[in-house]
Design a protein around this ligand. Structure first.
Ligand code: DX5
Ligand code: ZN
Length: 243
């Protein structure tokens, strides 16, 4: 087993990954909530880190990630943690999240003075590296970086809050990002975050996304497994008919 596999960074069985965002979970019962979505078929646990500086809200940091990671490990639940940093500066907190059990660490390029160095730092810390694009952030940030990126995350809302409406222009941007990834010939996940729901996830998958963050659309329902399965059904229909 490689060190990455040991950290939960492996090729998952599902081609399309569902990543519930714990921002919409009941924080008073976080362990149970994460167990429930993992049992319901989640592939990743999306962990939103907000600093009241890069974005106005303030959420959770490395100690919570560490406890959650330990909680999952103790129950032999394999659900890699997908850390989405909405913080500035970025570099000082990367090793802390790596030590806290993160599998993926993604950041916004505007929040780092040296994007290439930050990506390398994430990989050197033993994690997969992701670059996050706000709705107005151009994909040209990828021009010289596809060899350093494991995940491209397109924000389909402006970052900072859950429960916002999906921004439609993300559909075209996803298609453009998918082309860049295909052209690079590299194994890079294409994730989408914000306003993803059962009724639009099919279109989002058709546009090229393979990894779907959903907060309120999952934790706002009573039966997480049923919601995740409905999402998978929509994705399967949309991608089968897209041929
Ligand atoms: C927003 C966060 C999202 C958020 C998505 O800044 O990055 O991950 O939790 O929430 P929903 O799915 O409710 O739009
Ligand atoms: Zn997020």
């Amino acid at each position: 087993m490689s060190e990455l596999a040991d950290r939960g960074i492996i090729v998952r069985m599902n081609e399309f990954w569902i990543a519930p965002s714990i921002l919409a979970a009941d924080f008073a019962r976080l362990g149970e909530e994460v167990e429930a979505v993992a049992a319901g078929g989640a592939d990743l646990i999306h962990f939103d880190v907000m600093d009241n500086h890069y974005v106005p809200a303030l959420t959770i940091g490395p100690p919570v990630c560490e406890r959650l990671h330990e909680h999952l490990r103790a129950r032999e639940i394999e659900a890699p943690i997908d850390v989405h940093l909405m913080v500035k500066p970025v570099d000082s907190i990367v090793p802390e999240f790596a030590r806290a059990g993160a599998s993926y660490i993604s950041f916004h390029p505007e929040a780092s003075d040296h994007v290439d160095r930050t990506l390398q730092l994430i990989r050197d810390s033993g994690c997969k590296a992701g670059l996050v694009f706000n709705p107005a952030t151009p994909l040209s940030w990828l021009d010289h970086l596809t060899d350093k990126v494991d995940l491209v995350l397109l924000m389909s809302v402006n970052p900072g809050f859950g429960g916002q409406k999906f921004i439609e222009s993300t559909i075209g941007k996803l298609a453009a990002a998918r082309e860049i990834i295909a052209g690079s010939g590299r194994d890079i996940r294409l994730e989408v975050d914000g306003g993803v729901k059962v009724d639009n996830i099919g279109r989002i998958a058709s546009a090229g996304a393979d990894t779907f963050v959903a907060g309120t659309a999952i934790f706002g329902t009573d039966d997480y497994a049923a919601t995740i399965s409905a999402m998978r059904g929509e994705i399967a229909n949309a991608t089968a008919s897209a041929g």
